[in-house]
Ligand binder design. Structure first.
Ligand code: PEP
Ligand code: MN
Length: 338
């Protein structure tokens, strides 16, 4: 069960409710968001009468939720979460098309990409300034100068910017420039980072860890929600399976309709990291759209063979331009628009 307190509930009222349920043998988990306080009940206590609890001063609502993830669940919120970033609404009928390089490399590279993807029909610009690389000797990203270039590209094109944040200490800095804070696959269970973006006032794009189950992903989202940030987008980006000879990862297409059933949060597909091979990115993009994704995020680069990271999976600008009408056709086939 969760108990949702009024946003005006006093500390005294909150403590009273906690004392009441703890006296019945329950442990409580308190989540203080920017708005209301939510008290989650854990463990096994005596039965509680929700009606009686609902009468206590300061209580807005009570809810029985049997799933592990509560705030993320359809039980907690049956209707889709939608929110607007810049002028684009995510989670509604219209798909989000996010495109841009894996890494921000230079002003010229980023601005050229931003103008081209905007022209082609993208609705967000992606680009990493802080890069989580498998090797410490690989390009680690431009850091803050890269964030400044993203802000300049947004200024020039109007496209909201999605960029990764890797540590709790940098959330405040990245949030100055980003419209959407990306949590990468490698950090999906970095709980301090999840808590930090949960307290931030920016939407979060949470990528599925490469060995994370669907429930692990939802529980990671739960951390962000429980810390007060309701604007979370989930992203299927491929998982590790036994075959990595031909594909970088395996795109778990199952995850998309399953997540859409289990949670009210928007779900997008990342075909680039999922398949990892440029010529297969279009097919996997369309599979994601067919499966019901609320958007796609596609690595796109003016000269992928020279890219500082993920060149092998990055589309060229003409390839991206060619793909957008196919996304549109597939979206329309499943009753969506772009
Ligand atoms: C990226 O988006 O460039 C990235 C590093 O993605 P992931 O965390 O899914 O590997
Ligand atoms: Mn990448």
């Amino acid at each position: 069960m969760i108990i949702i307190m009024d946003s005006e509930a006093t500390l005294f009222e909150i403590d009273n409710v906690i004392a009441e349920v703890e006296a019945k043998g329950w442990q409580t988990h308190i989540s203080r968001g920017s708005g209301e306080t939510i008290i989650g009940l854990q463990g096994r206590g005596q039965s509680i009468d929700p009606f009686q609890l609902g009468q206590m001063p300061g209580v807005r609502d009570t809810m029985a939720i049997t799933q592990q993830f509560k705030l993320a669940s359809r039980a907690f919120q049956p209707e889709n979460t939608t929110f607007t970033i810049g002028e684009v609404t995510i989670g509604g009928n219209r798909l989000a098309i996010m495109a841009g390089p894996c890494s921000v490399e230079s002003r010229e590279q980023l601005l050229q990409t931003a103008h081209a993807v905007k022209e082609a029909g993208a609705t967000f610009l992606r680009g990493g300034a802080f890069k989580p690389r498998s090797s410490p000797y690989s390009f680690q990203g431009m850091g803050e100068p890269g964030l400044k270039l993203l802000a300049e590209a947004r200024e020039a094109t109007g496209l909201p910017v999605v960029t990764e944040v890797m540590s709790p200490a940098r959330v405040a800095l990245v949030a100055v420039y980003a419209d959407v804070l990306q949590i990468g696959a490698r950090n999906m269970q970095n709980f301090d980072l999840l808590n930090a973006v949960g307290r931030a006032h920016k939407p979060v794009l949470l990528k599925r860890g490469m060995s994370a189950t669907i429930e692990d992903l939802l529980m990671a989202a739960e951390y962000i929600l429980a810390h007060g940030n309701q604007r979370v987008i989930l992203c299927e980006r491929g998982i590790r399976t036994f075959d990595n000879k031909y594909a970088r990862n395996t795109f778990d297409v199952n995850a998309i309709p399953m997540l859409k059933e289990l949670t009210h949060l928007p779900v997008i597909a990342d075909p680039s990291h999922a398949v990892g091979v440029r010529r297969h990115v279009p097919a996997i993009t369309l599979a994601g759209v067919a499966a019901g994704a609320d958007g796609v995020i596609i690595e796109t680069h003016p000269d992928p063979d020279q890219a500082a990271s993920d060149g092998a999976q990055s589309l060229t600008l003409p390839q991206f331009t060619e793909l957008v009408p196919q996304i549109k056709a597939m979206a329309e086939a499943v009753g969506r628009t772009v």
